[in-house]
Design a protein around this ligand. Structure first.
Ligand code: GAP
Length: 515
């Protein structure tokens, strides 16, 4: 556990030190769960966004992209169910006046039981050494069984109470488990109340004419309300998809995992409109396609897993998460949801406008069903960044910190380094930069000894270093150094573009997603 926490702290401090992510308004001590992307972070985020957009929009003849406004007519959120059902159950401690998510307090309690079970297992593994049979121990040791059974009971009861909106029982469970406030240590709790996660604001200047609106909590609704506009103007035939990337806002109460759970974040969503009855087929299709997209980045198959939902959101008839191994364990990265005709049918009802499709093959009108893929851009950023950060011990016993970002996503593709700051080498380095910057993000770096510059670029995630030395003046060749293997080779300046292209060409990377 301590190790996980340390690893995560390293990710956060590395993100700050190398210009990726910083707290918003840091000079004012920050704003909780709001972050800014610095120079490298903005590039990495843009590259992830492009990688998604190309895979989803550019490579699919039947998917188009839109960019809807963040403000939407307030009735949108009544129709979508967010006004009534987009809630977290909250509880206040009367002594500390601190507010908690009731379900998180209970989940933390269950996690402690699991940690106790793990401790027993670790103790036994140490005692028995090589002879330790984990599977047998876990299935027979009474203490482990007891901890796990209790955790299971607690979570099942909580799920049942939340499902049936029995908030009194959620409070009763917190009291029975004797859960105390981490700040005051007291068990003096208020009742559990539902709290809506949407941010509200007012649109318009005067008190009379202004109207209460929400900052959108998901980008999906901007797609649903534009379904007919796009279908008609694009002459789209079912099945077809509409994609969108944009900001979403949620007043998250538990916000303690860096950019994993933010109050202002970005989503990359695609709604795929299909014939009613075909949802199972398309749901499976998109689960598979989205997993392939992830795997194309080469971060390792074992880092992902599917988690099928038992408790479904208010709009879904089937749902699965693609979970990723974050520094704090496997957690949701992307959701694939079979949303039926829930959204379009409700928008028809609330707007009084028909949102139907005429299917020329069937010769009938219907409200299409929808399968959605929804991924948080910031969460994907955290997945890529944390997976790439490594401490490596080299053959000579020294260590290096390297950010092994997939080259296609790296903010800066190559750094051009004059060996010394004289003899015309800086000028030649700038000449190379002028040539390469038409195709790639490149950077000039002349400060410090060459070894330190290599390490700095390794830690910043730059896949290539190009060193200009005295030989370059004579034969126009440079040293090309690869970040991951640290291999160095001598290449002519005019072949640099081809060498870099081979590693960063988005086409080659994305082809792996389509096999
Ligand atoms: N339109 C469906 C929808 O919004 P969701 O599961 O609530 O579904 C989809 O969100 C994805 O958005 C999540 O899988 C996650 O990657 C991202 N996401 C949700 N809340 C987030 C938050 N507070 N901060 C960062 N990313 C978030």
């Amino acid at each position: 556990m301590a190790n996980q926490e340390d690893d995560f702290k390293k990710v956060i401090s590395h993100a700050k030190e190398y210009g990726y992510v910083v707290q918003s308004s840091e000079i004012y001590d920050g704003l909780s769960a709001v972050y800014d992307y610095a120079q490298n972070g903005a590039e990495l985020k843009k590259n992830i966004r492009d990688y998604w957009w190309r895979a989803m929009v550019q490579l699919h003849e039947n998917i188009v992209g839109i960019d809807a406004a963040i403000f939407m007519h307030p009735t949108t959120w009544k129709a979508s169910g967010h006004v009534d059902a987009f809630n977290d159950p909250l509880i206040d401690n009367k002594d500390s006046k601190k507010r908690y998510r009731a379900d998180v307090l209970i989940e933390d309690f269950a996690a402690k039981l699991e940690a106790k079970a793990e401790k027993e297992i670790a103790k036994a593994a140490k005692r028995f050494g090589d002879a330790f049979d984990r599977e047998q121990f876990v299935s027979t040791n009474l203490r482990v069984l007891k901890y796990r059974e209790q955790a299971d009971e607690v979570l099942t009861r909580m799920a049942r109470s939340l499902e049936s909106e029995d908030l009194a029982d959620v409070k009763a469970l917190i009291e029975e488990l004797e859960i105390a406030c981490p700040i005051s240590g007291s068990r003096n709790w208020t009742d559990v109340k539902q709290f809506n996660l949407m941010f509200g604001t007012r649109l318009g200047a005067t008190a009379d004419s202004s109207m209460e609106v929400y900052l959108r909590p998901e980008t999906a609704q901007g797609i649903f309300v534009n379904f007919l506009n796009v279908q008609k103007s694009g002459r789209m035939k079912i099945p077809f998809g509409i994609a969108q990337v944009g900001k979403a806002f949620r007043n998250e109460i538990v916000a303690r995992q860096f950019i994993f759970r933010m109050r202002e974040f970005e989503q990359m969503e695609m709604q795929f409109f299909i014939r009613p009855g075909e949802q199972k087929k398309w749901y499976e299709y998109w689960k598979d396609a989205r997993m392939k997209w992830h795997l194309s980045l080469g971060m390792g198959e074992s880092e992902y897993r599917f988690h099928d939902h038992e408790k479904l959101a208010h709009y879904a008839d089937a749902a699965a998460d693609i979970e990723f191994r974050f520094p704090f364990g496997f957690k949701e990265l992307e959701g694939i949801h079979s949303r039926t005709d829930f959204d379009l049918a409700n928008h028809e009802k609330y707007s009084g406008k028909k949102l139907q499709y005429f299917d020329p093959e069937l010769g009938e009108h219907y409200v299409p069903y929808v399968v959605e893929t929804s991924i948080g851009l910031d969460r994907m950023f955290l997945a890529v960044f944390s997976n790439s950060l490594r401490e490596e011990t080299l053959e000579d016993g020294t260590t290096r910190t390297v950010l092994r970002l997939p080259a296609v996503l790296a903010p800066v593709k190559a750094a051009v380094l004059p060996l010394v700051k004289k003899d015309g080498l800086p000028e030649l380095a700038h000449e190379i930069i002028e040539e390469l910057r038409w195709e790639f993000m490149v950077q000039y770096d002349e400060k410090d000894a060459i070894g330190r510059r290599y390490r700095r670029q390794d830690a910043a995630g730059t896949p290539f270093c190009i060193t200009v030395d005295h030989q370059t003046l004579e034969d126009r060749t440079v040293t090309l150094r690869y970040r991951d293997s640290m291999e160095q080779k001598r290449v002519p300046i005019n072949s640099l573009s081809g060498e870099i292209h081979r590693e960063v060409d988005v086409k080659e990377w994305l082809k792996k997603a389509s096999v």
